[in-house]
Design a protein around this ligand. Sequence first.
Ligand code: NDP
Length: 261
Amino acid sequence: MLQGKRVIVTGASTGIGEQIAYHLARMGAHLVVTARTEAKLKKVISECLKLGAASAHFIPGTMEDLVFAEQVVTKAGKLMGGLDMLILNHIAPVNLRFFNGDVASIRKVMDINFFSYITMTSAALPMLKVTNGSIVVVSSIAGKLITPLIADYSAAKFALDGFYSSLQKELQLMNVNISITLCILGFINTDSAVKSLSGIVENITPSPKEECAVEIIKGGALRQKVIAYPSSIYISMWNPIRTIQEYFILLTYNIDNITRN
Ligand code: NDP
């Protein structure tokens, strides 16, 4: 389904994003990958070309810079001649610690893990409207359930959930055929996650990043609203009361008045 499709993958220099890039390459997609470390991105695109990518480019930079975030989308659109799928996956390095009052560092994490996602989405929407494309947002169980020591990370993931769940409904109300897939992940065996949880979180076996990447791509290609990986975490997100309440809240809206204003 993704052969010849034009895809941006963020946070693709390592971890899950790197694996997403390799799977898309095997499927024959056009790719633009981004992260900060140019040397790693060069290796990733050369591997992608070997694996069969229709084309592969990289754009290095930091998502702390929201101008850069916007430019990645416009440059990628020019390089590939449009956009079919935006996969938002990058995160600032995670440090497990008690909140120490450092508001500036929370703001930095929110810029990288939240506002850059919104910035890229905003820049991509016009292109995705043309292609009836897809946005894939990589989130976490820490954006659904409360966990200590990662207040900044968790805040950004809850914010992503709120923003993209609301945007999903708005696009539906406006009959805009762009899908949004929220990917809720448990513990995955990337080097950074294993390192940051080591000695703090015990008795959980991480799931493989390669399989995780496949599930993320599958969710996006099949235009699913949400995917959970590993599937065992789905139960902790299952909230039928919320779904029913959301349905009834929507019934109270006068959509005609909103679209007219
Ligand atoms: P990694 O830490 O392995 O990779 C993070 C990626 O983001 C790297 O490519 C890194 O590259 C890039 N990055 C870091 N800082 C910046 C920045 N300032 N600007 C641009 N890019 C940046 O993460 P994972 O692969 O483990 O996680 C991927 C996604 O999966 C994340 O959204 C994460 O929240 C989610 N997830 C992961 C879990 C896990 O256990 N691994 C669990 C739950 C969710 P570089 O350093 O070169 O910039």
